[in-house]
Each structure stands twice: as structure tokens, then as C-alpha cells.
Write a protein that binds this ligand. Sequence first.
Ligand SMILES: Cc1ncc(COP(=O)(O)O)c(C=O)c1O
Length: 389
Amino acid sequence: MTLRSSVRTRTKLPDVGTTIFTVIGQLSSQHNAINLSQGAPNFACDARLVAGVTRAMEEGHNQYAPMTGLRALKERIGDKIADLYGTRYDVDSEILITASASEGLYSAISGLVHPGDEVIYFEPSFDSYAPIVRLQGATPVAIKLTVPDFTVNWDEVRAAITPRTRMIIINTPHNPSGKVFSADDLQQLAALTRNTDIVILSDEVYEHVVFDGEPHHGMATHPQLAERSVIISSFGKTFHVTGWRVGYCVAPAELMDEICKVHQFLMFSADTPMQYAFAEHMNDPQTWLALSAFYQRKRDLLQTLLAESPFRLLPSQGSFFLLADYSHFSDESDSEMVKRLIVDHGVATIPLSAFYADGTDNKLIRLSFAKDEATLRAGAAALCQVKPR
Ligand SMILES: Cc1ncc(COP(=O)(O)O)c(C=O)c1O
């Protein structure tokens, strides 16, 4: 029985209903499917982190943290970014600890985008960008990445820019395609935005998961882009603790002022004991420097195991994901394929169409390799049983 309200409501997000993620989640649990769908790791985080949070709680760090975050943690972040990418952010005015990357995205978009503005983003896309833009009374403008290599067509971006364009949202390394930005992409973006008031919102939650010895070309590596960028990152992704809900955001002070105004009233501050633990953990740079090799082993294992499957894998240059193509052996839609994989083979994946507002179906499914070895082996074994249809 549900409680019925007599209050009439008018939705701000008419297109947001039961997502394919919920449908797949329910079907997967009914069939007890092996989970290669979600980006959440199924293995333990470093025990030192749990000990650090526990100690912080025992030592009484259980009340509000400072609004912009624990100074010690912000100092570690500032040093890390300066060492890796060459831009030095001011600890007091340009670094904000957020309650997850998701909160950082919301606070940044809400603080900087006004009703009537346009925001360019790329599809396939992480699911929160367009709805957050809509909630500001602004218009999300989707540009499709080219298939199958998932690069940006910069001429299309140039054509989409209007006097109302306030923001361009970038995501590198990219969820769901595993594509990473090149140095040339940064040059193109810098050229397009020069002498404009366009802000770059750069979702870099997978900044430490870039493969094959390549560098992460984030906005902080490019001084001209750093001046107009808000960069978002996630401790959940970097330290295998997606449930702890802590991330951070860096931006020039003028932009950060506006972001903080939203953060102040949305969250006020992020979880205190976690911030103590992260500050201590970040004394050891290996905690992030070893991450690319750690995930590359997982990517390589999954690729090797799937060599015998009927799927053709697209290259993954970073992130927790790779895409598998089945267009050569089946006409099923990607949602039908994903349902068949769950029901007949007991393995859960995500249809790429879920990442497009218009449901574009390229006959690609997304696999997550942020899983322990047993799960990767079991999932791959199930996928190798798939028969052409
Ligand atoms: C591209 C991208 N951005 C942001 C997030 C959200 O990160 P968080 O869990 O820190 O909110 C995710 C999580 O899957 C993601 O894939």
C-alpha cells in the first residue's frame, strides 16, 4: 500500500522515469546474474583507509568539517595536482571537498549555469549531466561522439556554439567508452573557447585510470584551459570506496566562489572522518600512482578471456569500462541483447543506448572490469557461451 497524496505536482524532469539501469538491476537480481554492469568495485579498499576512518571517529572527528573541506586534505590534493599536471591551485580559495563527484557536478552546474543558457555535452554520456542542466532552466545540447572510435568532431562543436553557450562538459577518461582525450583535443578545445565566457566542466573521476603508459590529458595540464575549467574528481573511484561519497572540485577562485555558494546550502560540508582518512592516505603517492597498472591488469584479463567469445571488443584507453560489439552476429537491439545475457547466460552488462537521450542503438554493450578476478572469469565464461542469433 502506498500513501496517496492529493497535492498536484508538476515535474521538472518529465523525461526521467524508471531508467534502464533500474530495469537491468531488477532483472539481474531475479536471475542472480554475475555483475559486469556497475562501475562500483566489488573488492575491498585498502585496510589503512578503514583504520583511518575508524581512528578519526574514535578521536572524536564526528562533527561538521569546514565548509570547503579539511585543510590537510586540500593541501595533499593541491600538491598532487601541481606535481602531476603543473597547475597550482590555492588551498583556501580554489579547492573544494564535495560529498561525491556527483555533488561537485551539481554544485558547479547550478552555481555557474543560468536559465536560458546552453550547455554542450557529449553522448554517450554519464546520466546526470543533462538533468542537472535542465533543473537550472537551461538547455542541454548533445553532440554525439563518432562511432566506433568515440572521438569528438570539433567542427560539430564549433557549429553548436552560440552566444548562449555557457558551458561545455568534458569527461575524460570517458564513461562508458573508455576513450581518453589527446593533447590535440585540448588544443582544439582551447582554440574554440579562447576569448569567450564558456566554462569547461571537466569530469575527470577516472584521472588515475589511464592505460598503456599514456598520460592523463586533464584540463590542469593546459594553463589556458585551466583558467576556465572546473575539474571534478572522486575519492570513491580512486580508492575503491564509492559508498563513502567524497570527491573534490578545483577551479579558479572566481568560479569557485559561485560553486561554494551552492555547496554551502546543499551539503555545507562532506563527511568528516573520511576526510581525515583520505588526508593521511594521500601521504603515499603510490595510492593513486599504482591505480592505472592495477586496472590495466583487469582490462587485459577480461580482454584475454573474451578472445574466445563471439563479441568484438573496442579498445579501452582508460576508465573502468570497455565496449563489446555484437553487430556482426545479431540484429537484436542492445537492450534485447542485455536482457538475453541476463536471462539465458546469467551475466549483467549495460546497453550503450542507455547513455543517449534519444536511445541511439549502435549494438554495443558496456562491460565493467572493476571486479575481482573470480567475477571477471565467471562473467567472461558466460559471455563465451553466447551463440550468434
Ligand atoms: C563519469 C562519471 N562521473 C561521475 C561519477 C560519480 O562519481 P561519484 O560516485 O563520486 O559521485 C561517475 C560514477 O560512476 C562517473 O562514471
